[in-house]
Design a protein around this ligand. Structure first.
Ligand code: FAD
Length: 344
């Protein structure tokens, strides 16, 4: 990537107060905090090593209480866990969450609010920022100081350093692939407090309604966190042929990814899309079969440690970023790999 360091100055009203306190907007599922939210805690540590970190959880019922217990012990830097327990938060609607963030910010006066740059964070952050009248900084990949952040622009072809000089709070969404959770994290027991919702104005919440949630049930690793990702492109030609990619992924214990062209052609559902408008991945091994390497696709795979590409066109742009490339027909290469790789 070409590195540029233009300083984009947001309209300056007042600078961030010296005392740094961070609120993490956290997502939970099945009674546990999602790993992307724990990465947001790591990001908060980069804002300021001494920052006090409050983690906000919302939901209802026993799974929320389990998630709160997990949050209290999942990272030594979490100072407190704030729990908003109400039926209003059973499903994470952006409008309800944004009002909650506003309420918690009014009471806590945090200097920073951070969330993961995933569908949960991308859904809530802009609306909450609008309510708090600040400009959010999205997709942060590095934090140089409490008000200076690096984010990719032009589909990751340039890195832009942004200095925030707006009002408190400074609101960020961070790419979890850039803030790895340190393995030496020891558990502690942060206190858990209930958010006082007596002043939460339900009438002010918008008109959207939760209808249902559909998710694929799979034993394969989550695409966003997988160590190995096997991706197929348009060249697979059909959903039936795409099963070869799935078989290979099973043998390697990998997650399956797809290009937008493969998703648009209906080979796989769109939650498998990798790239600028899909998921950002950073596995140890990324294998791309029949993927041309369009700039929008590369935007999602740049942080992969090793990229392997198989394409029958020696001039395909994917070979410019691949660590290992094979010019060949995937319909010959994949069956051979399937035959030679041992059963998992
Ligand atoms: P193609 O570009 O058609 O490439 C297919 C490749 O397969 C070719 O290189 C060909 O040589 C090779 N091939 C053909 N047959 C074989 C064979 N038998 N064996 C081996 N190789 C073979 N795309 C994304 O992926 N993710 C995104 O998030 C994304 N976001 C976008 C956002 C915007 C605003 C826009 C405009 C586009 C976006 N795209 C995205 C689309 C992107 O520009 C490309 O169109 C897409 O990535 C191409 O997918 P592909 O590589 O599968 O298909």
């Amino acid at each position: 990537a070409i590195k540029t360091t233009p300083l984009l100055r947001f309209s300056s009203v007042s600078s961030i107060s010296r005392s740094i306190s961070t609120l993490i907007l956290a997502e939970h599922d099945g009674g546990a905090i999602k790993s992307q939210s724990i990465s947001a805690v790591e990001a908060a540590k980069s804002v300021d090593k001494q920052t006090s970190i409050s983690l906000l959880l919302a939901g209802s019922g026993p799974s929320l209480q389990q998630a709160a217990a997990h949050a209290a012990s999942c990272h030594p830097s979490i100072s407190q866990v704030l729990v908003a327990d109400s039926d209003k938060f059973t499903h994470p609607l952006a409008e309800t969450w944004a009002r909650l963030v506003q309420l918690v910010q009014q009471k806590g006066g945090y200097s920073h609010i951070i969330t993961a740059s995933n569908s949960f964070g991308k859904n809530i952050l802009p609306r909450a920022a609008a309510l708090l009248d600040v400009s959010p900084i999205t997709d942060v990949i590095a934090i140089s100081s409490s008000n200076q952040f690096v984010r990719p622009i032009y589909a990751g072809n340039a890195l832009c350093t942004v200095r925030y000089s707006g009002n408190n709070p400074c609101m960020l969404s961070v790419r979890s692939t850039s803030f790895a959770v340190s393995m030496d994290s020891k558990s502690n027991e942060a206190p858990i407090s209930q958010v006082d919702l007596s002043t939460f104005n339900e009438d002010s919440v918008g008109k959207s309604r939760y209808i249902n949630h559909t998710a694929q049930v799979t034993e394969r690793p989550d695409l966003g966190n997988a160590q190995v990702v096997i991706t197929g492109g348009r060249a697979l030609k059909s959903a039936e042929n795409f099963k070869m990619i799935e078989k290979l992924a099973e043998k390697l214990g990998a997650a399956v990814g797809a290009t937008r062209a493969a998703v648009d052609a209906g080979f796989v559902p769109n939650d498998l899309q990798v790239g600028q408008t899909g998921k950002i991945v950073a596995p140890k091994l990324y294998m791309a079969f029949g993927v041309s390497g369009a700039i929008q696709h590369l935007a999602g795979i740049r942080d992969s440690k090793v990229i392997v590409a198989v394409n029958k066109d020696a001039d395909a742009p994917i070979f410019q970023v691949a660590d290992y490339g094979l010019v060949g027909d995937l319909f010959e290469v994949i069956p051979e790999l399937l035959e030679k790789l041992p059963e998992k």
